[in-house]
Design a protein around this ligand. Sequence first.
Ligand SMILES: C[C@H](O)[C@@H](O)[C@@H](O)[C@H](O)C(=O)O
Ligand SMILES: [Mg+2]
Length: 428
Amino acid sequence: MLHKIINLTVRDVRFPTSVEQHGSDAMHTDPDYSAAYVVLDTDRGLRGFGLTFTLGKGTEIVVCAVEALAALVVGKSLQEIVSDFRGFYRLLTSDGQMRWLGPEKGVTHLATAAVLNAVWDLWARSEGKPLWKLLVDMVSHRKFRSKVCVQDVITISCSVCVSSGSRDQMQKEGYPAYTTSCAWLGYPDQQLKQLCTDALKSGWTKFKVKVGADLEDDIRRCRLIRQMIGPNNTLMIDANQRWDVAEAISWVSRLSEFKPLWIEEPTSPDDILGHAAISKALAPLGIGVATGEQCHNRVMFKQFLQASALQFVQIDSCRLGSVNENLAVLLMAHKFQVPVCPHAGGVGLCELVQHLILFDYICVSASLDSRMCEYVDHLHKHFTSPVVIQDAHYMPPKDPGYSCEMLEASVQKHQYPEGDVWKLHMNK
Ligand SMILES: C[C@H](O)[C@@H](O)[C@@H](O)[C@H](O)C(=O)O
Ligand SMILES: [Mg+2]
């Protein structure tokens, strides 16, 4: 445990996913999946790897923010950090000069996530366990309260951490997943059909379709997918914040014939009461509201839950302040009995969030009812411990850590702007 952190490096790693429209939606029409990629070196040679997900040019700003936080981490030992993790979380989020940029939102919060993800990775590696198991063991050994929880959560954690889902079941069957990879907005119908055919063959039963730019296109695409997947498989739709409240209600009502389970991010992610109004209007149609990938922090989630403004909580491993803040949201969702269906549409997000949802099942919710974790099939080959999907389920990771170490060769190739991939791209 006495691993002293002696260095932090952060690199701007970008993948040109926009070229083939992977990841495209109604608001992000040219997304290059990217990461501010953090490595922590310790005096005893152990390293921690972390990242936060961003898109293209935005990465350079996040990288600057991580550099600004580095001095708060370098020089500390892992022991010092985890024995007062709450204090360390506050140190990062409450710096007297930097908190003005947030607090706990936007670029500084994404940077906090990147740094803390690397600390959690380091901790799990130092214990020789995958992160989900580190968390599960902590709860079973009751170390949880003193070490991890954010103050506001301590009280509820004591009362809700009584559930227990079967670890064995997860090891055998895995955690149910849905796929977004068949129907990004920029894919032509032919591609959509082909991908959907392939996905059905591989055992996928839950599909998310991007909507929101053009109603006639949405009707055609949803009809196509619904016809292909049949009435019994699950369809979700995602508008990535494209509409105002009234427009969201009328647009989704027009798509209701395709029986989507949820409409995701129908409007501004900050409009809690707007989401509540949409939830209320769509409930009679049997359509829920899902959101979270751009929900700033646990305080916003608290209000979404209090206002009955969402029916599916989409935690994000890189938007919130790492495991610390995500645990708070898992516990609150459990208290309000709202299912958690994590967001994972980005580079590295599947690798990270699988750990959190396994913990949620084993220690918090103990339920798979209306629950599933997003999966996108891009870029996993760049990770040293990529996700394992079997029969549309996430199989629990076995390697020690938080699964977000990238292959050094991939990092070098994709580093912006000097990596070979970008040199080639710019010369085109
Ligand atoms: C730009 C990204 O691909 C988003 O479209 C993606 O995160 C999406 O909202 C999702 O739910 O996966
Ligand atoms: Mg989404």
